[in-house]
Design a protein. Structure first.
Length: 333
């Protein structure tokens, strides 16, 4: 009460506590999607420099983690699969450590070693033909998070089987959004949003507001559930809305069950809110693969995290919301 009174008084004496902040927006293509940065800064020069630095950080993370670029650090690591431990960058080690933690907790529902299987499904999407069973079996034999050995002290990674391929497509964008916010913070910008497609991270709220208003992508015919209002948080949505393949009337998601090597069936969308993008992004796959019954307790064991899942039930959509999922606010007309 007293401190509130003092800050009100101080603001009154000084005119306004903060310099007037203006909204700036920037977009650039990175990591196979569009990254959008919305930030509040005192002037255009500050805004531009900060955004340019944040995009440069995202580009450098892509050079580490891309699986489309054979020269990325990740691909160079995979080229040594079956060999001795390989020293890696702090960034790659951090993301792989988090990935291993989520794999362990989820019993392998999230598993970045799905690379060889993901590659076959990407081909299936292009050709509208299911992966060849023999090739799929061979790819599945290379999947298993237990075959990744991390040595924290030496900061090395060892991939135990020749042919292993890591795929960070289910975690890298959330991490990149976190890192972009950190760069903006270094420039003194603490009210910002970074969106990488369905992976969003936000710092402080826009001036005079309670938070960033964020819509959740809906499935066809689903009623708009309203807006999240968030600050210092991350939200990721993942599902089969955009990336899927339909073969013989069955719709396979780009999310793979690492235990079967098959793209998930049945329409669904999973939204996780967490403190950090790296958590929100990876946890969506956990709930998609395990389902809400087993997935929700895992999400809620991550501090500050909650999940909303919509899945097909006959002709209807079934919505399941965990208790820590933030309130959804009605859309203003
Ligand atoms: P995006 O953010 O690009 O929409 P998602 O966050 O939905 O992607 O993650 C899906 C991607 O994660 C897939 O394209 C694939 O690269 C990878 N992936 C698929 N299944 C799994 C899984 N079970 N565990 C970890 N990564 C996965
Ligand atoms: Mg994602």
């Amino acid at each position: 009460m007293l401190s509130h009174f003092i800050s009100v008084l101080a603001a009154a004496l000084l005119g306004s506590g903060e310099p007037t902040l203006k909204r700036y927006e920037f977009t650039e293509p990175h990591m196979g999607t569009r990254f959008r940065i919305v930030l509040y800064a005192p002037d255009q020069d500050t805004a531009r420099k900060a955004a340019a630095d944040a995009f440069a950080r995202i580009a450098s993370l892509n050079a580490i983690m891309s699986d489309y670029d054979n020269t990325s650090e990740l691909m160079r690591l995979c080229a040594q699969a079956g060999g001795p431990p390989v020293p890696v960058s702090a960034e790659l080690f951090f993301v792989l450590s988090k990935a291993q933690e989520v794999s362990r907790q989820s019993g392998g529902a999230f598993d970045v070693t799905v690379g060889p299987v993901v590659k076959l499904w990407r081909l299936a999407r292009k050709r509208h033909k299911l992966p060849d069973p023999d090739k799929l079996a061979a790819a599945r034999a290379l999947v298993g998070w237990q075959n990744v050995r991390l040595d924290q002290a030496k900061r090395t990674v060892q991939l135990l089987k020749t042919g292993m391929q890591l795929d960070l497509g289910g975690i890298a964008k959330g991490y990149a959004a976190d890192e972009a916010l950190a760069v903006l913070q270094k420039h003194g910008i603490d009210r910002a949003l970074v969106a990488a497609g369905g992976d969003i991270a936000v710092s402080g709220p826009p001036p005079e507001t309670d938070g960033w208003k964020i819509a959740i992508a809906t499935l066809p015919g689903e009623k708009d559930p309203g807006r999240l209002i968030l600050h210092h948080a991350a939200v990721s949505t993942s599902g089969d809305a955009e990336q899927f393949v339909e073969i013989d009337g069955k719709r396979y998601s780009h999310i793979i069950d690492p235990r079967t090597g098959i793209g998930l069936l049945g329409r669904m969308s999973v939204t996780v809110v967490a403190r950090r993008g790296i958590d929100a992004d990876s946890l969506t796959k956990v709930v998609a693969v395990l389902g809400p019954e087993k997935g929700i307790p895992l999400v809620e064991s991550c501090q500050g995290a909650g999940v909303r899942m919509v899945r097909q039930k006959g002709e209807e959509w079934e919505t399941i919301i965990s208790k820590n999922f933030p309130k959804l606010h009605p859309v203003e007309k």
